[in-house]
Design a binder for this molecule. Structure first.
Ligand code: F6P
Length: 326
């Protein structure tokens, strides 16, 4: 293995609260261990267009508490082509960058895997996504903050839902994963969560209504994971309006506000631990791995496992939700 001198760091895909804490940790741990660090702006796009700046410890001062990402982020189509990746590689060589830390979700780590294989380039990934859908880590950076944001929003919607005695379908993010919906529902005392993981097994809406839904309650809230598989909050609300016209139904789509805000302590600590672990991994000659935390311990998850394996939802949580929503 050739010796690493300079590490590039970038954020890619959907931003997530805690990405700044991760950038800070990567930068400071790298400098602490004698590496130079360069910040790459706008994800893989910045690798192609050479938007790369040397980072000192001061470049990451006062950012641990900020949402979003100071490095900006993008989803880059050109990086999916061999020509685009060649241009990116040439820029890394020009900048003297000989290892990368990529902070992002599924798509970003897929790009990292392809690039690392094609150019035999050392890359370590950090799971940065509110969706919590990467296999091998108990939590991704940004998930806890998004969950808390959902909790605050649902608590507010409950006030008006109760006053008007309405049934609300609230759609949350997750891109085909039900972690935010299911845990958000438990945290806010919802009647149910409609999630893609079990949508093909049961008609969750029919089951909900048949189980005597709303018998003794003057408002009901159902969290729905965004996904064509669930039909989304709009689709379900339409179904209820047609099939059960007695209900006064409303929809709220929380959307991108779930991605913003100052990271929680949990996300700041997770991002700081993972950022420092990424540098440890490079020092140990690890390549093509995502840093995860499992049972409160740092683990190295090969990219192919993190990306390809579907992260299973804990089905006992569904039972808990059902038990507690009587
Ligand atoms: O991957 C994070 C995520 O927030 C998903 O939950 C969501 O489907 C997607 O990004 C939205 O992406 P965009 O900001 O490009 O609309």
């Amino acid at each position: 293995m050739s010796k690493i001198n300079c590490i590039g760091v970038l954020t890619s895909g959907g931003d997530a609260p805690g990405m700044n804490a991760a950038i800070r940790a990567v930068t400071r741990a790298a400098i602490f261990n004698g590496f130079r660090v360069k910040g790459i702006y706008r994800g893989y796009k910045g690798m192609l267009t050479d938007e790369i700046v040397e980072f000192k410890t001061q470049n990451v001062s006062n950012i641990i508490q900020m949402g979003g990402t100071i490095l900006k982020t993008a989803r880059c189509k050109e990086f999916q082509t061999p020509e685009g990746r060649k241009q990116a590689y040439d820029n890394l060589v020009k900048e003297g960058i000989d290892a990368l830390v990529v902070i992002g979700g599924d798509g970003s780590l897929t790009g990292a895997r392809v690039f690392a294989t094609e150019y035999n380039f050392p890359i370590v990934g950090l799971p940065g996504t509110i969706d919590n859908d990467l296999y091998g880590t108990d939590m991704t950076i940004g998930y806890d903050t998004a969950l808390n944001t959902i909790m605050q929003c649902v608590d507010k919607i409950r006030d008006t839902a109760t006053s008007h005695e309405r049934l609300f379908f609230i759609e949350v993010m997750g891109r085909d994963a039900g972690f935010l919906a299911l845990n958000g529902a438990i945290a806010t005392g919802c009647e149910a969560a409609i999630i893609p993981e079990i949508s093909t097994e049961v008609d969750q809406l029919a089951e909900l209504i048949q189980n005597g839904f709303r018998k003794s309650k003057n408002s009901s809230i159902v969290l729905v994971a965004e996904s064509p598989i669930t039909g989304g909050a709009m689709g379900l609300a339409e179904r209820v309006k047609n099939e059960y016209p007695q209900y006064d139904v409303r929809v709220s789509i929380l959307g991108h506000l779930q991605r913003g805000g100052s990271p929680t302590a949990t996300d700041r600590i997770l991002a700081s631990r993972m950022g420092a672990a990424a540098i440890d991994a490079l020092l140990e000659d690890q390549r093509n791995v995502m840093i995860g935390v499992h049972n409160d311990e740092i683990v190295y998850v090969p990219f192919f496992k993190a990306i390809k394996n579907d992260k299973p939802i804990d089905r006992t949580l569904l039972k808990t939700l059902r038990t507690l929503s009587i």
